[in-house]
Structures are given as C-alpha cells and as structure tokens.
Ligand binder design. Structure first.
Ligand SMILES: Cc1cc2nc3c(=O)[nH]c(=O)nc-3n(C[C@H](O)[C@H](O)[C@H](O)COP(=O)(O)O)c2cc1C
Ligand SMILES: [Fe+2]
Ligand SMILES: [Fe+2]
Length: 396
C-alpha cells in the first residue's frame, strides 16, 4: 500500500525512511534517521531517478508497482553510485531485464565493478536530453559532489532539479516531504552537518556545480536525502554558496579534551571571557562526549575556533587528534584560532594544535597557552586575554 506523493502531475516521490541505521556511512550519527529519496516519472516512458539502499528494496518496489502496475520500467537514472542510492539496482535489473540504465562515462565502470552490469547502459553527457513524453530530463554532471560520477538531472516542464546528494540533509521525512509542509528549522542545522561532513571538502566542485545550475529555472529541488525544497530554494542555494566559499560567521567554537578537568577549566575561563567581551554565539564541546560531526558542523559555521587538549602519551588527546586530523583532511578555511594545552611532565599538545592551525593557514589569535599541573594565575589570566583578543578580532 502506498499513498501517492506527487511532485507534479506525472512525477512521484517513492523514497523510504531509514530509522534503523544509527550511523550513516557507518560513521555519522543519525539522531533522527535519514531518507533515501527516489522518484518516478510516469509518462509515455517510465523513468526512475535514483533508487534506495538495498534493504529497503521491497518497500520501494511496492510503491513503484502501485503506480505503474505491470508496465515495465524504461529507464533508471543513476545520478550517484554510492550504495545508499544504487545498491537496489541489481534487484531491479533482475525483475526488469530490459531496463536502460543511464549514467555518464564515470558511472559505467562503477556499474560493472559494483554490480556486474554491462548490458543496456546508456552514457549521457552535459546537456543531453531524454524525452519521456510531455516530460524530459536533461543531464548535468557535478563531479565530486559527492563522487566523481555524481550528476543531477532536470525535468524541464516542471522545473524539478533532481540534485542527488547536493542540497541533501540528514533526518527522515516524518509525514512532511516538502519543506513547506514541515517545521524546516530542524533541517537547517542537519543540512549543514550533512554538507560539512559529507561534501565539505569539495568547496570548489560545489562552486562549479552551483554556477552550472544557476542557468536552470528551478521550481523544486529534489535531493536524494531529506526534504524536497520548494519554499526555501533561494535560501538553501545561498547557504550552500556561502558554505562552499568557506564563509564563516561571528561566533566561537571551543573544543576541548579533558580527562581530569584541568583543561576543561581553562576552556571555561576562556568561554566566560568571550561572553564578557560581547560574543554571544559560543559553542563548547567536550570531544569525548560529542560526536566529531556536530563539532565539524559548527567549526564550519563560526569563524573563531579554540582548541584545548592535554598531552596524552606524548601526543594530543586521541579524540582531539581525530578532530584536528579530520579538519586538516577537509581543508577548512577562514578561521581565527586559539590554542590551549595542559601537561604534567612534557607538554606537546599546544605545539601540535598550533601546527594543525598553521597547516590550515588559519590566523593565530594570542599566544598558545600551556599549563603545567593544575590551573595557575598565569594561565588563568592568559585564557581571559585569549577571550578578549578573540572577541576583538571577531568584531573587526
Ligand atoms: C593516560 C595519560 C597520559 C598522559 N601523558 C602525558 C604525557 O605524555 N606528557 C605529559 O606532560 N603529561 C601527560 N599526562 C598528564 C596530563 O597531560 C595532565 O594531567 C593534564 O593536566 C590533564 O588534563 P585534564 O585534567 O584536562 O585531563 C598524561 C595523563 C594521562 C591520564
Ligand atoms: Fe554520496
Ligand atoms: Fe547519499
């Protein structure tokens, strides 16, 4: 049973909600699940745009068959080969052996490599169009948003952009499918957490994709995860534009590691000083408590970033190390940073945090602080000063 959800006269939402998987890519926490969005165009020809994770195949097929009954599927459009969207393809080709599979030249070897599919594969390139009846799809590769073969397609008569992972979000579609049917606020943060962690590394490819898509008259964005956007199109595009240019806002993230509380006290003193100096948006995270994805999402948003870690076996605290490694891999830009370390016999944490910020060409604020034993007046005052200086720099 499936109650139809229509995007336009001939276009249907046939995606599924996944509230069981707790970690997306076995890594990113899904507090409120995730949706795998898939679409069906029921015209003279029948086209499916992206599929779902294989475990949801039966649910998905039920929706498809409610719409098309015993007609065959003519096309499966493969916008993206990541298995959350493509792993059901193999089952579909078994049920519909004549279905044409549409990708681009980078999709073809992946189809063969993953699923042994070589038959009925159609390669499209930029601007190619497939006519389905009164509807038609044009194709636009957007390499590295999120994989090399990623592409979007645009349905010309309705102005619907099927945007694959671009403009996607974590969170299931709990009744509301379109942004104007739901409380969209929750998704604003989740969209940034999704973007910053999944495609945040690829700012330049995202910029290229956005400039390519600006030529299209988009009435609805239908991403492969999360809400379909029709009310907030301008806002969502503007936010992705800012994110991909690494534009940051006034505010500070303080991420600290602390086993026995000494480093935490230094972080708290700094936070209080920031507040006293007029910074309202302060997000403080214990890296052993909060998953890295939430911290990364906020580091992406706010210009100021203070890292605090004890020395641990001559290295950074392992959870802090994981965070700074990830930030370096992702090449996050445009940050003012401050450094706080603590140690007992030989401090290396402050030096390593300083190097991490320098590797990313961030601007250092103040002088790195490194406390031996418990907090003393000198480091206490240095943290107050760091807060003052960071606040001053953020107001410039
Ligand atoms: C498992 C462990 C390993 C540590 N390794 C070092 C070290 O290599 N060098 C050092 O100077 N201090 C080391 N320390 C001491 C801590 O850096 C120091 O106690 C620091 O103040 C802890 O900060 P915290 O109270 O915020 O956890 C270690 C402490 C622990 C518990
Ligand atoms: Fe992906
Ligand atoms: Fe995806």
């Amino acid at each position: 049973m499936y109650k139809e959800v229509k995007l336009s006269e001939k276009i249907y939402y046939i995606g599924v909600n996944d509230r069981r998987t707790s970690l997306f890519e076995n890594m990113w926490p899904l507090d409120r699940g995730i949706s795998y969005n898939s679409f069906l165009i029921n015209d003279d020809k029948i086209a499916i745009i992206d599929t779902v994770e294989a475990g949801f195949f039966e649910k998905w097929l039920d929706k498809v068959r409610t719409i098309i009954k015993d007609r065959p599927i003519d096309y499966i459009i493969v916008n993206h080969m990541e298995p959350d969207h493509s792993s059901a393809i193999r089952f579909i080709t078994e049920l519909y052996p004549d279905v044409k599979i549409v990708g681009n030249r980078k999709t073809t070897p992946m189809l063969e490599g993953y699923y042994g599919i070589t038959k009925n594969v159609t390669e499209v390139k930029e601007g190619d169009v497939i006519e389905l009846g009164t509807t038609s799809l044009s194709f636009h590769p957007i390499p590295m948003v999120h994989w090399p073969e990623s592409m979007v397609c645009f349905e010309q008569s309705s102005g619907i952009l099927f945007s694959t992972d671009a403009f996607g979000s974590y969170g299931t579609l709990d009744g509301g499918v379109f942004d104007d049917e739901m409380d969209f606020e929750y998704f604003r943060d989740e969209m940034r957490r999704y973007y910053s962690n999944i495609v945040g590394k690829y700012g330049n490819p995202v910029q290229k994709a956005l400039s390519k898509l600006s030529a299209l008259d988009i009435k609805l964005i239908a991403p492969a995860h999360g809400p379909l956007i029709r009310k907030n199109i301008k806002d969502v595009i503007a936010r992705h534009d800012r994110w991909s240019k690494h534009e940051t806002e006034k505010g500070v993230v303080i991420a600290y590691a602390s086993m026995y509380g000494n480093t935490e006290v230094l972080a708290e003193v700094t936070a209080r000083s920031l507040a006293e100096n007029g910074i309202e948006r302060i997000r403080m995270y214990d890296v052993s408590k909060t998953h890295i994805s939430y911290i990364i999402s906020d580091v992406f948003k706010y210009r100021g970033f203070i890292m605090a870690s004890p020395t641990y076996s001559n290295e950074l605290h392992p959870n802090m190390e994981a965070l700074v490694m990830k930030l370096q891999h992702m090449g996050f830009k445009n940050h003012l940073f401050g450094v706080i370390g603590s140690y007992t016999w030989g401090g290396v944490a402050a030096k390593k945090l300083l190097e991490a910020g320098q590797n990313l060409n961030w601007e250092l604020v103040g002088t790195p602080i490194e406390q031996k034993y418990s907090i003393k007046e000198e480091s206490f005052n240095a943290c107050i000063k760091l807060g003052e200086e960071m606040a001053k720099r953020l107001k410039e």
